[in-house]
Every structure is written in C-alpha cells, then in structure tokens.
Design a protein around this ligand. Sequence first.
Ligand code: NAI
Ligand code: 15L
Length: 266
Amino acid sequence: QRVPRLLLTGAAGGLGKVLRERLRPYADVLRLSDIASLAPAAGPHEEFVPCDLSDKKAVDALVAGCDAIVHLGGVSVERPFEEILEGNIKGVFHIYEAARRHGVKRVVFASSNHVIGFYKQTEHLDAHVLRRPDSYYGLSKSFGEDVAQFYFDRWGIETVSIRIGSSFPEPANRRMMSTWLSYDDLTSLIEKSLFTPNVKHTVVYGASANKDVWWDNSAAAHLGYAPKDTSEVFRAKVEAQPPVAPTDPNAIYQGGGFTAQGPFGD
Ligand code: NAI
Ligand code: 15L
C-alpha cells in the first residue's frame, strides 16, 4: 500500500532521518518538513518544505496536497513552557486544523511515554490509564492526544498516537531496557498506523518485544503490531554500566529523569 503524498514533519531530526529512508516504499512522494535544514537535500520522490510549526499559515500551506501525515516535528525534550507551547502545542493544533481544512484523513502522531511518565516502573499500563505527564514536554504530548481524539470525534480524522518509548539504535541505560523501540519495529508500527482501516483514535505504546516491558497493547490489537526486536541482546552491555541509585528517578519512574527537571529560572 502507498500514500500518494505523505507529509513527514521533523524530517531533519533523529527519527526523521531514519524514517525518511524507511517510509520511502510507502509513498509516491514524501514531503519532508522541518524548521532546520535538511541534509542530504531532497532527492527523487522527495520534496522539502521548510516550515515553523508555530506558524499557522505556513502549516496550512505545508499540509495542502498531502494525503496523510506522520507528525514527528517539535521539541523532543523538556524545555521551558514557552518553547513547548510554540513547537508542540501550537504545532500539533496547526497540523490538525490544516488536516481538517485540506481533507487529510489519517495522522500518525509521535506521542511519548512522557504522557504517563509519573507511573512507577513497577506498574503495568494499558492505553486506557489516566495520563500522568511528567514534564511540560509530556503535557504537550498529552494535549496532542486530546487534539487527536477531538479531531476524530468532531471531524472524523483518524489518528494513531504512538507513545514512543526510547527509539535509538540501542538502549542507552537500564531504564531503556524496558522502553527501547528499535528502528525496524518503529517503522513497522508506523506502516500499520498508516494503513490499518478504521483506527478511529488509537493509542499504542511504541516499544520492542522487551523482556521487562511495562506496557500492554491489547487495546491496539487491531493494528496487528508484532515487534520483532528485543533489548535483551544489549543486556550485558547495559548492565556493565555503574548501577543507578534506588532513589534516582531513573530507577523509580517510567519517565525517568524527565520527572525531575525544571524549574527554568522562574
Ligand atoms: P528530534 O529532536 O531529533 O527531532 C525533532 C525535529 O523537530 C527536529 O529536527 C527539529 O528541528 C524539529 N522541530 C522542532 N521545533 C520545530 C518547529 N517549531 N517547527 C518545525 N520543526 C521543529 O527528535 P526525535 O528523537 O527525532 O523525535 C521525533 C518525534 O518523536 C518528536 O516529536 C519526539 O517528541 C517523539 N518521540 C521521540 C522519542 C525517541 O525516543 N526518539 C521518544 C518519544 C517521542
Ligand atoms: C522522549 O520522548 C524523547 O523525545 C527522547 O529523546 C527520549 O528521551 C525518550 O523520550 C525516552 O524517554 O527515553
């Protein structure tokens, strides 16, 4: 299956660079966008449209002509609220307003484990638990999930919100043994999020088949996501690191250190 024109926001970022390559088979044209410059420059079957997500008119023009959106763009770490407000809160609202105006019917939203970051690592969660954001960043992703639900209920725009764990080449620490999502599994989850019919607004946790995973994806079974990778292959390397103190947020909370950031000079 292919999307005629697929918009990928955040295309110059860490996951954007990876997905730019991996989503190629699923689109006739990939429209790549970021506030930062794109390297390498757009090639065949690609087009680059620079855009600041906080600029409503620019986002409207960005979305025009697209058939589906993979929304990765925005601030991806904890920052002062004003920065989160521009890139993430206004940004996600602008994406959905533009989707409504231009008739886009499917969005894949890069949500985050930080919407539930204040749960303890001893707890097991499904997609229906109360969100417990751990940061301004987590709040913005929680808002994004609400925007997705609203635009489904009001306008019929379908979304899969992927609560991505930690998607990097390998888990960098003990916490990521539970939260790690391989690039292959991320790609497969996005493919299913784009093409599974009738997803309404589905929330799914983005983790690989890790041994000590905290998240239950039974509420998203209709996506047919079946992760193939596991953090176990990195266990010896990760456990060679110095131990984490039991009082360290990285050993207590699912959101790790995000639960203990700020204030930012106020
Ligand atoms: P990243 O920080 O490498 O990429 C984000 C991109 O968004 C950057 O290229 C940045 O220039 C762009 N951006 C920031 N503000 C913008 C604005 N106002 N207008 C337009 N573009 C803007 O982050 P990464 O790791 O690639 O993550 C991609 C998405 O996935 C983000 O939304 C992040 O919150 C989410 N995510 C990533 C996780 C991970 O493990 N990599 C975990 C959970 C969520
Ligand atoms: C996220 O949401 C961040 O975007 C990413 O940089 C990691 O910090 C990840 O969560 C994580 O929790 O490991």
